[in-house]
Write a protein that binds this ligand. Structure first.
Ligand code: FPP
Length: 248
């Protein structure tokens, strides 16, 4: 199995590859509109793009990939569109289970799982169970996700457990988040030219690098991912220190 922290021999992207890449997949609707297609076709094309990016991310040695698939706010979209997104999700789970196992990819959900439609919960639980021992990469699907709600949920849990104020450290707090036991995102990518975080991984994004591209999500392919990684690798991460103090 490929070492997580380095790239595969065939990879054009030199180390260090970001350990955790989180993507805001935006622009399906505009992609469809520009082609005179329905929004549904845009989401279908977006799902194909997601499938390809999962495989490429795994090949590049990324250990954690998080895809913003459905936010809590997305419930306000037309009913048909919401239904289609969950149909695509269930199709994806059925069609990709074997591929995920073959690629040693573990599936996780970030978000309010109980609030998802029953069929989606069923198929997600099945794939999560089957892939729970996979270790090459963790694929997080952010579903029914809200960064603010995640923070409030963590606060409620700490209060319920009676944790003393002085014991509420970064680590203790992070352990209450959906991303428990996973590293913070190193790189957050947003497609389609929008320059917003949209309630995504608010606590975890503290020291993330950001990469924005005008490319609409269905057109975001392996080459685009490599471009984002190359850009990331050209940056100096300081974590609040001066340039001289930073050793990595
Ligand atoms: C943003 O495009 C996309 C979404 C809100 C849905 C994301 C869902 C998918 C890509 C399909 C499911 C994915 C998987 C992994 C099964 P938009 O509709 O906001 O585009 P617009 O801003 O151009 O209207």
């Amino acid at each position: 199995m490929a070492d997580a922290s380095t790239t595969s021999a065939s990879s054009p992207v030199p180390a260090p590859v970001p350990g955790h890449v989180a993507i805001i997949m935006d622009g399906n609707g505009r992609w469809a509109q520009r082609r005179g297609l329905s929004r549904s076709e845009g989401h279908r094309a977006g799902t194909r793009a997601a499938k390809a990016i999962v495989t490429r991310a795994r090949e590049l040695g990324i250990r954690h990939l998080t895809l913003y698939t459905f936010s809590r706010e997305n419930w306000s979209r037309p009913k048909d569109e919401v239904g289609l997104i969950f149909d695509l999700l269930v199709e994806y789970m059925k069609g990709e289970l074997q591929n995920l196992l073959d690629q040693d990819i573990r599936l996780k959900v970030l978000g309010d799982f109980d609030g998802l439609p029953f069929v989606a919960r069923q198929s997600l639980s099945h794939v999560m169970g089957k892939t729970e021992n996979c270790r090459a990469m963790t694929l997080n699907l952010a579903l029914n996700y809200s960064g603010r709600e995640e923070i409030l949920r963590a606060c409620r849990s700490l209060v319920e457990k009676g944790v003393k104020p002085e014991a509420i450290t970064n680590e203790a707090f992070a352990a209450e988040l959906y991303t428990v036991n996973q590293p913070d995102p190193d790189l957050i990518i947003r497609t389609s030219g929008e320059l917003r975080l949209s309630n995504y991984l608010l606590f975890q994004a503290a020291y993330a690098e950001f990469y924005f591209t005008d490319t609409l999500w269905p057109d975001f392919d392996g080459t685009e991912l490599e471009r984002a990684l190359a850009d990331y690798q050209s940056r100096q991460r300081r974590f609040g220190k001066t340039g001289e103090q930073v050793t990595v």
